[in-house]
Design a protein around this ligand. Structure first.
Ligand code: ARG
Length: 300
C-alpha cells in the first residue's frame, strides 16, 4: 500500500466575501446565509489543521463579487510537470458552467501566473468546453473526470491531449453530487471513498472496477455528511464529519481521521475538499504519461 504522492500543497481562498447569492446547486438557499465570523473561524481551523499535518496552504484573496470563490477546488486543475529545469507547475483553468462563477478565474489566473505556474484554458468566458476542477482526480492509471452537471465531455479530450495523460470519464447523474469530489475521494494507491449513486450504472461499475478496495458510501452518507468531500494528507483523512461505520473502516486500514467542522460552507454546497485545491499532482509520478493522451468513456 503506498500513500498518495500528492495532497501536501494546497491553494485556498480566504472567505472574506462568502455568501449565498444565487442558486446553482440543491444545497443553496439565499434565505439561509452563512455567519461570516463562524465561517471565518471554521476556515481558519481547517487551514491550521492542514498546516499542522505538514501541508503547505497558499491563500488567495476573495473577489468581493464572487461569493463562491471560497470553493477554491474549482479554480483550476493544478499539476506539476517534471522538466529539465526542475518541477514546472501548470494550471488548466476551470471554465465554469454557470456565468455566476466565471469571474473567479479572471483573478485566479494572474495569481497562479505570479506564483510561478503556466496556465491554459479549455474554454473561457462562455466559449468552449466547461471544466470545473472539482470533477478531476488522479487515481490509478488515469485522471478520473466526472462530467455531466458541470464539466462537459469535450473537456476530457482537451485535458488528455494537453496533459498527455489517460482520462477516464464518469457520467454524473445525481443533481446533489454535481461534482465528482462529492462522491469520490482517493485515499491511497488502492483505496478511495466512493459513492456509486452519483453516477449512472455503467460509470458506477467503471469506478468500482478502478478502485481495488473501495469504501462504498450510501447516497445518504455522501449527501448529509459531505464525508466524501475530504482531504488526505499522508495517512490522515481530514473530514467534515465521519459516520462511525466509515471511521471504523478507515482506522482498520491504518488511517487517522481528523474531523474539522466546516458546516457554514455546506450552505453553499461544498465542504473541505471544495475549499482546498491540491496543486501537487505530479505527472509521471501520480499520473502516468500517455503520449498524445487517451480518453476512456464508460459504455453508453
Ligand atoms: N456553490 C458552489 C457551486 O455550486 C459550490 C462548489 C462546491 N465545490 C466543489 N468542488 N464541489 O459551484
Amino acid at each position: 500500500m503506498s500513500e498518495l504522492g500528492w495532497g501536501r500543497h494546497y491553494v485556498a481562498v480566504e472567505p472574506t466575501h462568502f455568501r449565498v447569492d444565487y442558486v446553482i446547486n440543491p444545497f443553496m438557499d439565499p434565505d439561509v446565509q452563512p455567519d461570516p465570523a463562524l465561517a471565518w473561524r471554521q476556515w481558519f481551523d481547517m487551514v491550521g489543521t492542514l498546516r499542522g499535518l505538514g501541508a503547505v496552504v497558499d491563500v488567495l484573496p476573495q473577489r468581493p463579487d464572487a461569493p463562491d470563490m471560497v470553493y477554491a477546488m474549482n479554480l483550476g486543475l493544478g499539476v506539476v510537470r517534471p522538466g529539465p529545469d526542475g518541477p514546472a507547475p501548470h494550471v488548466v483553468m476551470s471554465h465554469m458552467r454557470y456565468p455566476q462563477r466565471r469571474m473567479e478565474t479572471r483573478s485566479a489566473q494572474p495569481w497562479f501566473a505570479e506564483h510561478g505556474a503556466t496556465t491554459s484554458y479549455v474554454g473561457r468566458d462562455g466559449v468552449g468546453a466547461h471544466l470545473e476542477a472539482g470533477d478531476a482526480f488522479a487515481f490509478g492509471d488515469a485522471l478520473v473526470v466526472g462530467y455531466g452537471p458541470r464539466t462537459e465531455e469535450l473537456a476530457l479530450k482537451h485535458l488528455a491531449t494537453e496533459l498527455g495523460v489517460r482520462v477516464r470519464g464518469l457520467r454524473i447523474t445525481h443533481p446533489g453530487m454535481y461534482h465528482l469530489d462529492l462522491a469520490f475521494c482517493p485515499l491511497d494507491d488502492r483505496r478511495a471513498l466512493v459513492c456509486p449513486s452519483a453516477l449512472d450504472d455503467a460509470s458506477a461499475a467503471a469506478l468500482l472496477d478502478l478502485v481495488p478496495e473501495p469504501l462504498v458510501l450510501t447516497e445518504e452518507e455522501a449527501l448529509t455528511t459531505f464525508c466524501a468531500n475530504s482531504v488526505v494528507v499522508g495517512r490522515t483523512v481530514v473530514m467534515p464529519s465521519c459516520p462511525d461505520r466509515v471511521r471504523t473502516q478507515l482506522e482498520a486500514w491504518g488511517f487517522e481521521v481528523v474531523v474539522v467542522d466546516v458546516s457554514e460552507f455546506h450552505k453553499g454546497g461544498g465542504s473541505i475538499r471544495c475549499l482546498t485545491n491540491p496543486v501537487d499532482i505530479t505527472l509521471g509520478r501520480d499520473l502516468p504519461l500517455v503520449p498524445g493522451g487517451e480518453v476512456v468513456l464508460p459504455p453508453e
